[in-house]
Write a protein that binds this ligand. Structure first.
Ligand code: GUN
Length: 288
């Protein structure tokens, strides 16, 4: 096979390591200026997937030199208790980033909780302030998964300008902010979702196809144009193992580049959280 015919497997783990290195450098500079970065990690309840994510984020933080403040709240926590903890973290000068791991138990209102986080400590980039700034094209915290996808494409010199980007999934965490980041980078963007008719036809028009639907192996080879770039955001745990939203075996041979699961977008999400925390600490350091 000619080299140009081979599918590029985008290495998220390697790029994440590079991003963590950048975060570490920024954190070192802040430390030398007397600011030791701190990240408050709030986990409510005992969702096993959330516990895993939180453990991995805490490990990454330690590696980068970020102090973590671990807050484990019981499943029956009230909104008032959760918001009191967020207020405490907002007021704590040792905390530069606040992360409320989602989902939270049903009796709690995630929108109110997220809106409560001070914008300068919103390292997940989920708050109305952060999203509003993104819409307006202003500096601010960017959601980690969409920012990680943009960074991966940049690292691999995949220019999105003028390209047709089709995003399958309209979540507030991934689909919507990614659409805005792509628009800001001059891509032509189509966002599809569960009510979209003619989904496969639209997907086949993508130069860059992003799958963020949360359904294992949902995107199959027949939905992908020959030579497209495919970004798989899914992490679906099933009895048969963990799968992305893309059916790798049928899609990979058709496309020019693809992110694997695991080892693609997932590690980038965590690395961008470290970078956002480093930016938050640097901003405080710059004010000294
Ligand atoms: N739940 C799923 N993804 C995320 C994430 O990126 N951050 C938080 N806080 N919760 C999540």
């Amino acid at each position: 096979m000619e080299e140009s015919d081979e599918t590029l497997i985008i290495d998220g783990a390697a790029t994440a390591e590079k991003v963590r290195g950048e975060a570490s450098e920024m954190l070192k500079a802040a430390r030398e200026n007397g600011v030791e970065a701190g990240l408050a990690v709030i986990l409510v309840g005992e969702d096993p997937a959330s516990q895993t994510y939180v453990r991995l984020k805490t490990k990454d933080a330690a590696e980068c030199g970020i102090r973590t403040f671990d807050h484990r709240l019981p499943v029956q926590t009230t909104q008032a208790q959760l918001e009191a903890l967020i207020d405490e973290c907002n007021a704590d000068p040792d905390v530069h980033g606040i992360l409320v791991q989602l989902p939270i138990p049903d009796q709690l209102d995630p929108e109110a909780a997220i809106a409560r986080i001070s914008p300068e400590k919103d390292v997940d980039g989920f708050s109305p302030d952060s999203l509003g700034r993104l819409v307006r094209g202003l500096d601010g915290m960017r959601s980690c998964t969409p920012a990680g996808i943009m960074r991966l494409l940049e690292e691999y010199d995949i220019d999105v300008s003028g390209q047709h980007v089709v995003i399958v999934g309209r979540s507030t965490i991934v689909g919507k902010p990614l659409a805005l980041l792509m628009l800001n980078a001059d891509a032509t963007v189509t966002v599809c979702h569960s009510k979209t008719s003619g989904l496969a036809d639209i997907c086949r028009e993508a130069d860059i196809l992003v799958a963020a639907v949360g359904r294992p192996c949902f995107i199959t080879g027949d939905m992908v144009r020959e030579g497209a770039v495919v970004i798989d955001v899914g992490i679906n745990r099933t009895e048969r193992g963990t799968f992305g939203d893309v059916d790798f075996d049928s899609v990979a041979p058709r496309c020019s580049a693809i992110t694997p699961v695991p080892g693609g977008v997932g590690p980038m999400t965590r690395a961008m959280l470290m970078l956002n925390t480093a930016h938050a600490a640097s901003a405080v350091s710059a004010q000294l």
